[in-house]
Design a protein around this ligand. Structure first.
Ligand code: SF4
Length: 454
């Protein structure tokens, strides 16, 4: 990584600001970005390219010559939300280009909204740009339309999602992502590292590594030097000096080799690893790896190597055929696993998913009741784990400081938007957003902490 002189160090120098006010006559595009962080990365890439080509970016419908709606199609409820957003953009602006996951089903969109200008699928950057060029021709001014060094970012500038691969080679029965996004395709390590370096140089203090299957990164390369390229990528990213947080890590055995990087402080001691269930029969019906007992051994091994590790996971309750005994196994497993952060979904049919055809779907009221019991347990575990932090000194990154001086921060154990926060209620004068400071924890709640500066 190139080293800036101290006065230009991104963490010390005032943050650069790029006005998005369009110049007179500048073609201007609006963007509505729905869905997951992966979709947000796509939106950022599209905006970066448009900015580079001389387009202005409008924060509202009325100022835009056309609007791109980046859709999500993961669940039927997300599809409905996407259709609604397209309808709103058509009503407010009238010139709408649709892209993203739902774009993989163009008839579904044009059936509901025949007036959209174009529909492109996920990651069809060139096609989205072609559609924009056709709808609103570019008119660049080479003297003023300079691309910000880090691209146009929709996330706060001190953290950034970084997508390392696309697609997935698994065939989990409840999931249609492989149909929508295709097989695993990893970005070249050099390109990922260059993007990471640029982000850090422009002031990003935390890189959130995302993909559909992060631990499989690089295993799609035929002539690779290393069996699991995620290991050297994680090590190289860890050398950039920012927090590096790993998301969507599929539970392969080689995940254990990532943990020493966390113990050494190169990568945050945080693993977002979706287990989905714990009963071997349920996992088998999901077409997921079914060795729940071995998973407990793995968790114990990770904690041996890195005692501070925070484990986040997601689960599905009410999966077709889930018996009360299977669900109880999941609750018992939770007692043993003592995960720090847990998300839980009630099973929902998704058009095209193979799980729809499984027998013995669980009634809605049973799903709800199991979800309540699961969350009660998860909450109790989270509360106990947070209570144990009272009195500890920990580093936090500041996400926001409001007008009353209350700072909303995150510890290394908290990913943005999905985990809890640590709040500093006083003594925040002189602090700024993006800064990393040490606090002593003096109070804990169910999901959040409170602390004071040391
Ligand atoms: S590993 Fe994840 S993305 Fe791949 S099929 Fe399973 S749930 Fe879907």
């Amino acid at each position: 990584m190139s080293q800036n002189p101290p006065s230009l160090r991104p963490d010390l120098a005032p943050a650069a600001r790029f006005s998005d006010a369009p110049r007179a006559g500048q073609p201007t595009i609006g963007m509505v970005s729905l869905g997951c962080p992966k979709a947000l990365v796509d939106s950022e890439r599209i905006l970066t390219r448009l900015r580079a080509e001389g387009y202005g970016i409008s924060p509202d419908y009325s100022g835009a010559d056309a609007v791109i709606v980046n859709t999500c199609g993961f669940l039927d409820s997300a599809k409905a939300e996407s259709l609604e957003a397209i309808g709103e953009a058509l009503a407010e602006n009238g010139r709408v280009i649709v892209t993203g996951c739902l774009g993989a089903e163009p008839e579904y969109i044009t059936g509901a909204h025949p007036k959209v200008l174009a529909v492109t699928g996920p990651h069809q950057y060139e096609q989205v740009l072609d559609a924009v060029h056709a709808a609103v021709p570019p008119d660049p001014d080479p003297f003023i339309d300079l691309l910000p060094a880090s691209g146009v970012k929709l996330t706060p500038r001190h953290y950034s999602y970084l997508k390392i691969s696309e697609g997935c080679n698994h065939t989990c029965k409840f999931c249609i992502i492989p149909d929508m996004r295709g097989k695993l395709t990893s970005r070249p390590a050099k390109a990922v590292l260059r993007e990471a370096e640029k982000l850090v140089e422009s002031g990003v203090r935390e890189l959130l590594v995302i993909s559909q299957d992060t631990s499989a990164y690089g295993t799609d390369w035929k002539d690779r030097d290393e069996k699991f390229p995620i290991l050297s990528l994680a090590r190289d990213m860890g050398g950039l000096g920012a927090w590096v947080r790993m998301h969507y890590v599929y539970p392969y055995p080689h995940v254990r080799e990532l943990i020493p990087l966390m113990a050494d402080g190169l990568v945050l001691p945080y693993l977002d690893i979706p287990f989905q269930h714990a009963h071997p029969d349920t996992l088998k019906r999901m077409a997921r790896p079914a060795a729940a007992a071995r998973t407990l051994d793995e968790i114990a091994a990770w904690r041996d190597i890195c005692p501070d590790i925070t484990l986040r996971s997601t689960f599905i309750v009410g999966y077709p055929g889930e018996t009360e005994a299977e669900f109880q196994t999941l609750l018992d497993w939770m007692d043993e696993a003592q995960l720090d952060r847990v998300g839980c979904f009630q099973y929902e049919n998704v058009a095209g998913a193979r799980s729809n055809a499984l027998p013995d779907h669980v009634p809605d009221e049973v799903k709800q009741e199991r979800w309540d019991r699961f969350m009660e347990k998860a909450q109790a575990i989270s509360e106990a784990k947070l209570a144990a932090k009272v009195g500890q000194r920990i580093d936090v990154i500041i996400d926001d400081i409001d007008e009353d001086g209350i700072a909303t921060c995150r510890t290394k154990a908290d990913a943005p938007e999905i985990d809890g926060n640590l709040f500093i209620d006083e003594g925040t004068d002189g602090l700024s957003v993006g800064e990393i400071v040490t606090v002593e924890v003096d109070e804990a709640g169910e999901y959040d902490l409170w602390g004071r500066r040391v």
